[in-house]
Design a protein around this ligand. Structure first.
Ligand code: COA
Length: 386
């Protein structure tokens, strides 16, 4: 019988505009992940490692995964650098999960890392654009926010909604970020702040966008038998789906639903012990506020057509029936690209073990992490359970 896989340790740096070098961020995240393993873990026990990163902008290192082995330290450990746009973290975790399920390793470390703020604004825009499509989108002048603005515009029109529904996502996630000491923003905003914010790409304003962040995160995954030796409270990976879609929006059937999210969710729930409506806590990829609304329905977390109502009625709030992005999400916790998907696991690991401090959601036993690359060209969905 195939062994189960569990998360046995997880840690991350603060996300934000940080003075630290990429190596310092990586080391801090790894230190915290190892320190969280209940019965301790010698780095030499790790069989292999994955480093998720876009190598964004200023710190381009052609072979960054070697830093992972060096930083543990576990010289000689096999390492792989994995790049899948903003879904790099989720994709590296999914690869590690498959390696463990396949039985060729017992313990794998996955780290996510990005240093974004050492680039001037024009270069940042250039680097953000490379995760999208070039021929129709980038060369026509669309920014990344512009791509999601097209989706948002169509969504609001199709459903006869105003931008208040986007504001409800922004206010909630900023509120959640206030409880997370590792969030990029710990700053409350009101619906009025959202409405009056500088425009970025209509209908999206400043508070509809995730920030440009630095950060590192690390997760230790083990096969079931070893996981039980390392901790009494492993967090089980109950399913892990992946999917892709066309790079260009123009080649998609719909602008208001991500086919890659739908397919990755089907893949994750296939054979899982619980279904989408039994998920009690979700970290979804809200790179722009519209993306959270799309995710709620594409993942099947709420019935079709009901994401706006659930959001406006506070049902996705911290004390609602389905808390979404209690970490602050990409919107307020921050979005250091390669670290984001790994950071989602860090949040859910602590939540499911009851270690999330002031933002603890007490009843959650079944959770979902959703990580999207570009404007939905790549996607992973993971199911975690206490
Ligand atoms: N949300 C809330 N506040 C933000 C913010 C955001 N996304 N981005 C910047 N700010 C704040 C800053 O903290 C700063 O506040 P202060 O004046 O109180 O210090 C102020 O806005 C100006 O910051 P600055 O860095 O000059 O903003 P900017 O205009 O250069 O960048 C965006 C704003 C929205 C363009 C930028 O955050 C961005 O490009 N976000 C999207 C990133 C992205 O596309 N990622 C990939 C997605 S898949």
């Amino acid at each position: 019988m195939t062994d189960r896989v569990a998360v046995v340790g997880a840690g991350q740096t603060r996300f934000g505009a940080l003075p630290h070098s990429p190596v310092a961020l990586l080391r801090e995240a790894l230190r915290e992940a190892f320190a969280s393993v209940d019965r301790g873990l010698d780095p030499a026990q790790v069989d292999e490692g994955y480093l998720a990163s876009l190598g964004f902008g200023g710190w381009q290192i052609g072979n960054p995964a070697a830093l992972l082995a060096e930083s543990l330290p576990h010289p000689g450990m096999p390492v792989v650098h994995l790049e899948n746009a903003c879904a790099s973290g989720g994709s590296a975790l999914r690869t590690a999960y498959q390696v463990l399920r396949g039985g060729s390793a017992d313990l794998v470390v996955v780290a996510g890392l990005e240093k974004m703020t050492d680039n001037p604004p024009l270069r940042r825009r250039y680097w953000l654009g490379v995760s999208g499509e070039t021929e129709f989108e980038r060369l026509s002048g669309l920014t990344f926010a512009g791509v999601y603005a097209l989706m948002a515009e169509r969504y609001l029109r199709e459903r006869s909604l105003g931008p208040e529904v986007l504001g409800a996502v922004a206010v909630k996630n900023h509120e959640n970020g206030c409880l997370n000491p590792k969030a990029h923003f710990q700053k409350r905003i009101t619906r009025e702040d959202h409405a009056r914010a500088p425009r970025v790409a209509e209908p999206l304003g400043l508070f509809d966008c995730c920030p440009v962040s630095d950060g590192g995160a690390a997760v230790l995954l083990a096969r079931g038998s070893l996981a039980r030796q390392l901790t009494d409270t492993p967090v089980w990976v109950e399913g892990f789906g992946g999917a892709s879609d066309t790079l260009a929006l123009a080649r998609r059937e719909s602008l208001t639903s991500l086919a890659a999210t739908r397919a990755a969710a089907r893949d994750a729930f296939d054979g899982a012990s619980f279904g989408p409506r039994e998920v009690q806590l979700a970290e979804v990829h809200d790179c722009f506020t519209i993306a959270e609304l799309l995710a709620l329905e594409d993942l099947g977390l709420v019935p079709p057509g009901e994401a706006p109502a659930w959001t406006l009625e506070g049902r996705t709030g911290r004390s609602g029936e389905l808390p979404v992005n209690v970490s602050g999400g990409l919107k307020a916790k921050g979005h250091p690209l390669g670290a984001t998907g790994v950071g989602q696991f860090v949040e859910l690991f602590h939540q499911l073990r009851g270690e999330a401090g002031g933002r603890q959601v007490t009843t959650a036993e079944r959770a979902l992490a959703h990580n999207v690359g570009g404007s939905g060209a790549t996607c992973t969905v993971a199911l975690l359970a206490r």
